[in-house]
Design a protein around this ligand. Structure first.
Ligand SMILES: [Zn+2]
Length: 283
């Protein structure tokens, strides 16, 4: 048996001594072998770690700290039953809340009379691609009344090309750090005008005119900046059948340029909005 190997090895050495074969080995076979070994390790790494997904919850908890608009029903939770009297634990509670508070979805019907209500939004829009543009440093530099500049938004979006269809645009202002401190988060002045960053007519139009977007998410309580007087961004975006996710919890920085977003609003038949659970699926 050993003899066969020895003979084969000798034959291979002889073969390798032939100039054309040795050149072929040097310039073709060796790089090929290196590539093969590298690919083997890459595939092994993928099998071991590559299929692992990281799922990030972009939803704030609903409880007595949840922020609601002035004049609307706050989160009211009644502990109804909690007992072991029958020999087993039995609990059931009740809650009451406004549609537009905490992490929630605005349906087109919020500002468009004939627009989709929450239950009308096609469910394929709830399994979306997503990108996150970060305006934290602009907010830091310009203060809480910062309004997204349309030109700057366009240039930031360029770095995410190619943007896929069915994409939700997450806009991070670095505002989640103030949650749930209502004073800091809403910054309502004596006239009940809020002071937090947002979009205006022109920056909302950049998004609305791009058919690849199906919705946006912001880490403030409104798509419009607090000082807006006419809800222009809401009307423009919802007018294009986009949905708006507000009070989105954005505390992490995602290294991924693009990720998957799972959006699960409560299926309120008549809803102009609804509490929503949002997940980012990172790979
Ligand atoms: Zn809303």
């Amino acid at each position: 048996m050993f003899g066969i190997f020895q003979k084969s090895w000798q034959f291979f050495r002889k073969l390798a001594n032939i100039p054309i074969i040795s050149t072929l080995l040097k310039f073709v076979m060796v790089p090929f072998l290196i590539q093969f070994v590298l690919m083997f390790f890459m595939v092994a790494y993928k099998i071991a770690y590559g299929t692992e997904q990281k799922i990030v919850d972009l939803t704030w908890e609903f409880d007595e700290k949840t922020i609601y608009w002035p004049g609307f029903q706050k989160f009211n939770y009644t502990k109804k039953i909690g007992t072991s009297e029958s020999g087993y634990w039995y609990a059931g509670n009740e809650f009451q809340a406004a549609e537009h508070g905490g992490t929630h979805l605005d349906a087109p019907y919020h500002f468009i009379k004939d627009g989709w209500k929450v239950a009308d939004i096609p469910i394929n829009r709830f399994f979306a691609n997503a990108i996150m543009v970060d305006f934290s440093s602009e907010v830091e530099a310009h203060g809480s009344d910062y309004i997204v500049d349309a030109k700057l938004l366009e240039s930031k979006l360029k770095s995410f090309e190619p943007i896929q269809n069915n994409t939700v645009l997450l806009i991070k202002y670095g505002w989640s750090k103030y949650w749930p401190d209502k004073k800091q988060y809403m910054r309502l002045d004596d006239e009940q005008v809020g002071h937090y960053p947002g979009l205006d007519n022109s920056s909302a139009t950049v998004i609305a005119n791009d058919d690849r977007f199906i919705g946006i998410a912001v880490d403030t309580s409104s798509a419009d900046a607090g000082i807006s007087e006419n809800y222009a961004a809401h009307r423009i975006l919802l007018g294009r059948n986009m949905y708006i996710l507000e009070n989105t919890k954005m505390v992490e920085h995602f290294p991924e340029k693009m990720f998957t977003l799972v959006v699960a609003p409560m299926k309120l038949t008549e809803g102009s909005g609804a509490p929503v659970r949002i997940f980012a699926v990172l790979t």
